[in-house]
Design a protein around this ligand. Sequence first.
Ligand SMILES: Cc1cc2nc3c(=O)[nH]c(=O)nc-3n(C[C@H](O)[C@H](O)[C@H](O)COP(=O)(O)OP(=O)(O)OC[C@H]3O[C@@H](n4cnc5c(N)ncnc54)[C@H](O)[C@@H]3O)c2cc1C
Length: 297
Amino acid sequence: MLPTPGLPSFDYCKPASPDEVTKLLLKHDGDARLFMGGTDVFVRMRDGFIAPKFLIDLKRLPGMTAIKFGKRAGLTVGAGADMNSIARHPAVIENYPLLAEAIDAVASYQLRTRATMGGNLCNASPAADTAPAALVLGANLVFHGRRGERVVPAEKFFLGPGKTARKPGEFLLRIEIPPPPQAAVGTYLKLGRNAHGDLAIVGVAVLGYPDKTAQSGYTFRIALASVAPTPIRVPKAEAILSASPITPEVIARAATAAMETAKPISDVRSSAEYRKAMVKVLTRRAVSEVWSVMHDA
Ligand SMILES: Cc1cc2nc3c(=O)[nH]c(=O)nc-3n(C[C@H](O)[C@H](O)[C@H](O)COP(=O)(O)OP(=O)(O)OC[C@H]3O[C@@H](n4cnc5c(N)ncnc54)[C@H](O)[C@@H]3O)c2cc1C
């Protein structure tokens, strides 16, 4: 039976400054919940998983929806910027097409007018589609807390399903993504139960670029969604692609290493065995696609 529609009652808070948010969070501790797009929060409230007494709306804080790009500084995305604004931003399309591709893999256009990348990361679902892109692009998450700003690399942010390195009183202000490496090529491949609107059974992000320090002449960064308690990088697969000239056999070995690193569970969307098999297939496909674009350039 579907849960009864409707939300438990709550107090709506619309703080005017970052310090006010931190004060509210510290004052109400476990009783307060942050929200931006609300596409995770309200669904979880409706379904009875959470019942916060205070909902803190962050969207109207100064700078929260800003998207900026500089050749040296890279991309800065306000935590409250909606996904469509990010994916349609000219600087993102030109410099971070992988990010735009990952965002476009989330649900539907309608949902992405509300959903934010910040919320997608802070929700810390292993299946979050923007997380593998954040990992391979070397994103940093900037939080505001009682001691001012704190930077947490995306690599260190995810601790488990729904668990992050966010500290009490902190909230995400913005996401900073460094300029992409010269001549980088990326892709995000997602397998769901249907073509659109479903959470990932497996997601694979690959970013490749020429690198004179690598024996193969190329570095590949690979990250996976939905196959471990958190989104993960797969260093063994990356090392294989750095060590030997890139051939179909080397790509296949890297894909096998990615599969061996994955520690998926079985759930409503897929068995663990199928997920593992698909990590191998999608990693091979994604690396091959990236390699063929780099090779032909
Ligand atoms: C129908 C449907 C389909 C979906 N399909 C997909 C999909 O295909 N792929 C996918 O990845 N996701 C999917 N989602 C999940 C969801 O849309 C995304 O996770 C979304 O990006 C969350 O962003 P939001 O702004 O709505 O977050 P919110 O719901 O506002 O918040 C999400 C979480 O982050 C916390 N939070 C919010 N703001 C902050 C902040 N500034 N600092 C710290 N913590 C904060 C909240 O307390 C909450 O725990 C789907 C959801 C629905 C309802």
